[in-house]
Design a protein around this ligand. Structure first.
Ligand SMILES: [Zn+2]
Length: 63
């Protein structure tokens, strides 16, 4: 599953990732210039992906 890292400031996905990604790598947003630590943004992205997945599962069971 692809994880989309999103800018914590503007919510955009136009975020440039360094080649050697570490949890404490600083990633820079191309849209607003906001910076954040990859580890924190990744955790946020994972939570979102999980929520999306669970939401889809919920819809499956509804019918
Ligand atoms: Zn941004």
């Amino acid at each position: 599953m692809e994880i989309k890292v999103r800018c914590a400031r503007c919510g955009g996905t136009n975020v440039r990732l360094p080649e050697k990604l570490k949890e404490n790598s600083i990633v820079a947003c191309q849209s607003c210039g906001g910076r954040g630590k990859y580890g924190a943004l990744k955790a946020q992205a994972l939570t979102e992906a999980e929520g999306l997945f669970m939401g889809k599962l919920g819809e499956l069971y509804k019918h």
